[in-house]
Ligand binder design. Structure first.
Ligand SMILES: NC(=O)c1ccc[n+]([C@@H]2O[C@H](COP(=O)([O-])OP(=O)(O)OC[C@H]3O[C@@H](n4cnc5c(N)ncnc54)[C@H](OP(=O)(O)O)[C@@H]3O)[C@@H](O)[C@H]2O)c1
Length: 305
């Protein structure tokens, strides 16, 4: 059975595409990132049903949102055909932020609001579909965060909120303070990072009926060309499965995530248009149970207990 391309992130969350496209590497594209190239990438995504775009204020040294926004300005009709996710809270040492002496996190009400307003301007839009708090901070004050998010949602600047890289305990703590519900937790998830399967992160998503987003679904490309032992073992199994299913390694890795009952949303990072298009095949690759565990065991180097 095919995996549907649309998914509701949470009962009161947005409808998004089951594969999302992440723009972290947008400015590293060997073919450049001028308006035409970015438009081609957006169009390629939309053509294969990928309508959800994952941003962060910091991507490209605080530059990606503006480059993407320039493409939306050139073709304003595109905005209503997509969902925009962006993040806030990480403060980089960067010429664009001369006040940052060292890398740190800021979840003050003022920063959250200013960051969202800047993202809206950069992305040439008047609302975000989802705002994520990028990483947990030891100094995150849930009362202050709740105030900031409430006012942004009330003003219609943000439609839904979520978190990224939060532990289940951090998620529950924040959720208990908010007047809006958290619609996702975006975490690093792939066969070389199994912790979210084991530490309660995905169980919490199932319990709360929310879809997690999986960042770096190919381990940033390491699963394709890394030379570590686990990387080689997983790749060997994928090559075998590739023959069995007539599929590419990246398609199998997306399919491996899609097989999990929490309805994981893999966030693609490739800059290559053909790879974006071919990713959609993962939705019609229902991995057999034992093949799923073969990838797991290749990662751990042992059979399950
Ligand atoms: N929330 C967070 O803290 C966080 C952190 C990191 C990332 N993210 C999000 O996750 C998104 C994806 O992360 P990612 O870029 O690391 O994802 P990824 O899909 O794991 O890695 C993409 C990289 O793998 C390379 N690659 C090598 N072989 C490939 C193949 N056969 N098919 C496809 N790609 C191949 C790509 O190169 P080519 O371009 O040449 O294909 C690209 O450099 C980001 O854009 C961002 O939106 C979120």
């Amino acid at each position: 059975m095919n995996t549907p391309m649309r998914v509701k992130m949470a009962a009161d969350g947005p409808e998004v595409s089951r594969l999302a496209y992440g723009v972290w590497r947008l400015l590293n594209d060997p073919q450049g990132a001028d308006v035409q190239r970015v438009l081609a990438k957006i169009q390629t995504c939309l053509d294969c049903g990928i309508t959800t775009f994952d941003h962060a204020d910091i991507y490209g040294g605080y530059g990606v949102e503006e480059v993407f926004g320039a493409a939306l300005r050139a073709n304003p009709g595109l905005r209503q055909r997509m969902e925009l996710v962006t993040k806030c809270g990480i403060m980089l040492v960067n010429p664009a932020r001369p006040g940052n002496r060292l890398k740190h996190y800021d979840y003050s009400r003022q920063h959250i609001v200013e960051s969202v307003e800047r993202s809206l301007r950069n992305l040439a839009t008047d609302y975000l579909d989802v705002l994520l708090l990028h990483r947990p901070s030891p100094l995150l004050d849930p009362h202050e965060v709740a105030e900031a998010l409430r006012s942004l949602v009330e003003q219609g600047k943000v439609r839904h909120v979520g978190v990224s890289n939060f532990t289940p305990a951090q998620f529950d703590m924040l959720a208990s303070w908010l007047s809006v519900s958290l619609v996702t937790n975006q975490v690093e998830l792939h066969p070389l990072r199994l912790e979210p399967f084991l530490d309660g992160t995905l169980d919490q998503c199932l319990q709360r009926r929310i879809s997690p987003m999986a960042w770096s679904p190919l381990a940033g490309g390491r699963l394709m060309h890394g030379e570590g032992e686990a990387e080689r073992r997983v790749r060997a199994v994928l090559v075998e499965l590739g023959r069995k299913y007539g599929a590419d390694l990246d398609q199998l890795l997306y399919a491996w995530l899609l097989r999990h009952p929490s309805r994981i949303i893999p966030v693609l990072g490739t800059n290559q248009l053909e790879r974006i298009t071919s990713a959609a095949r993962a939705l019609s690759l229902p991995l057999e149970l034992q093949d799923w565990f073969a990838v797991w065991s290749a990662s751990t180097g042992a059979e399950v207990p």
